[in-house]
Design a protein around this ligand. Structure first.
Ligand SMILES: Cc1cc2nc3c(=O)[nH]c(=O)nc-3n(C[C@H](O)[C@H](O)[C@H](O)COP(=O)(O)OP(=O)(O)OC[C@H]3O[C@@H](n4cnc5c(N)ncnc54)[C@H](O)[C@@H]3O)c2cc1C
Length: 472
């Protein structure tokens, strides 16, 4: 038998947030761990490009302050989350209106309050909260009746979205979901989110004007093919927390995790080419022997190393970054498109949310296109952004267009939210494709996998980690 070139209790393949979170749990339990990452830096899909003082995320990162793993994962205690303005700003029919979750801690009382508000408002005339110049909807109806001399019912013109009734209905729907325990949400029948939204008897104005664009942005799924259970979880997180960005860019999160590991745990530039329960083989660093292997790669790479592992479909995502010296007046809000008359799903002046992402005097606008982008993506995005932000974009400068074909694993029903992480004793798998396709899901899958490894190791660690051999 050749001498082992390296020994560790556990080899983790992949230094995305799932693998790094798992490594934390393992090293904290005294288990020697080597994290092998093919790229030259950690973070996987959570990367940030630096261009002329700007910090440009590859991903249209939307985190929620209510993601439990952000508070529970060791190493993230110094993570700074920069919140967007409360709720979201929705653009519909040339107007902006704010859609807000119920006040924090609303719970069942908040749901009751919001429902009472809906009842009170529903019996009032259907007028817009911010009517256009001239007659309100009720006035327009009366004037039409007078002009025609008719006493027959005149069809009510729909008030623009964002009326007080709309706001109260949305607040009631969100308060209800915020007050529902997660176990009850997960016990509901499962169907594609787009069907569930209409089957639950919600008014189409609430669905089309708020919930559909909100869920498309949160799930990166414009057609809402995602399981209704995952959609409920996304709405639950939205209703209970604030949408936010990690200060400094998406890469800060994996970098914090990596920095808090014992020195020498993470090895970048090491591509794993095969795995077994007791060793991994690498492209340039030979064989590394161990007691357990945890695959923490994306779903495709995992299936290449372990043929037979399920590979889900993926939602492609394109993120376009622009800069200008005059920020649009939409402020620090996440701005959603409800009209679907352009490629942008959501956009924000992220430098107003997190000033560290742009040099002084410049605004950074980051916009997300879901699905297959149009041919002239920058031209189409600029034209759409002019309508969404209500300002000319012709002088905006394009900083980067990042397209990721396999961005977010699809979570079509039936979706197993807790896909097994233990394949057999000594071989484990984690990553967003084993949980929900979010940073929360990736971190949680890493924690679950580390627990499974620790349970199997039982007797405790055997080896002290040894230095990594040089590339062959
Ligand atoms: C464009 C985009 C937008 C997104 N938007 C959001 C959002 O708004 N909110 C949200 O919560 N989530 C979002 N996500 C999803 C989120 O980024 C991912 O769920 C999360 O980063 C996945 O982490 P992971 O550790 O599971 O996988 P990855 O980040 O994919 O990490 C896997 C690692 O394994 C490495 N690897 C692969 N093969 C090998 C090998 N053979 N040897 C060694 N190493 C290997 C890779 O290099 C990589 O570093 C988005 C993702 C994208 C791409």
């Amino acid at each position: 038998m050749p001498e082992p070139v390296y020994q560790a209790d556990v080899v983790v393949v992949g230094a995305g947030v799932a693998g790094l979170a798992a490594a934390h749990r393992l090293t904290s339990a005294g288990v020697s761990t080597a994290v092998l990452e093919a790229a030259h830096c950690v973070g996987g899909r959570m990367s940030t490009e630096k261009v002329d003082g700007f910090r440009l995320d590859r991903i249209g990162q939307l985190l929620s302050t209510s993601y439990p793993e952000l508070g529970l994962t060791p190493g993230l205690d110094t993570l700074v989350l920069r919140p967007f303005a409360p709720g979201v700003l929705v653009h519909s029919e040339g107007r902006h209106h704010r859609a807000s979750p119920p006040p924090a801690g609303g719970g069942a009382g908040g749901a009751r309050g919001a429902l009472n508000a809906v009842r009170a408002l529903a019996s009032a005339p259907l007028t817009s909260a911010t009517p256009r110049a001239g007659l309100g909807a009720a006035g327009a109806r009366a004037a039409l009746s007078r002009a025609t001399g008719s006493r027959t019912a005149v069809p009510r013109p729909a008030a623009p979205l964002g009326s007080a009734v709309d706001q109260a209905r949305l607040a009631a729907a969100l308060a209800r979901i915020a007050a529902t325990p997660v176990e009850r949400l997960l016990a509901r029948p499962e169907s594609p989110a787009r069907h569930a939204l209409t089957d639950r008897g919600l008014p189409s104005r609430t669905v089309d004007g708020f919930l559909r664009p909100l869920l498309a942005a949160l799930l990166c799924d414009p057609e809402l093919t995602t399981s209704s259970r995952c959609a409920d979880l996304a709405l639950h997180a939205f209703a209970r927390g604030r949408l936010c960005l990690p200060e400094g860019g998406a890469e800060v999160l994996p970098e914090l995790l990596a920095r808090a590991l014992p020195p020498g745990t993470v090895h970048t530039g090491v591509r794993v080419t095969s795995v077994s329960t007791t060793s991994v083989t690498t492209a340039d660093h030979g064989e590394i022997r161990c007691r357990s292997v945890l695959l923490a790669t994306d779903a495709h790479a995992a299936a290449e190393l372990l043929p037979g592992l399920r590979v889900p479909g993926f939602h492609p995502v394109t993120v376009v970054h622009h800069t200008t010296d005059e920020p649009p007046s939409t402020g620090a809000s996440l701005l959603l498109d409800a009209d679907r008359d352009g490629p942008v799903s959501h956009t924000a002046v992220v430098s107003l949310v997190d000033p560290s992402r742009a040099p002084a005097g410049r605004a950074l606008i980051s916009s997300t296109v879901l699905g297959t982008p149009p041919d002239d993506v920058d031209g189409a995005v600029r034209a759409h952004l002019a309508r969404l932000h209500g300002t000319s974009t012709t002088r905006w400068e394009t900083l980067a267009v990042h397209h990721t074909a396999r961005a977010v694993p699809a979570m079509r029903p039936p979706h197993d939210l807790r896909r097994t992480v233990r394949l057999l004793a000594g071989l484990y798998v984690c990553g967003d494709h084993r949980d929900t396709s979010t940073v929360q899901g990736a971190l949680h899958s890493g924690t679950r996998a580390a627990k499974a490894v620790l349970a199997d190791l039982g007797a405790g660690p055997l080896h002290a980690a040894e230095p990594m051999p040089r590339a062959a």
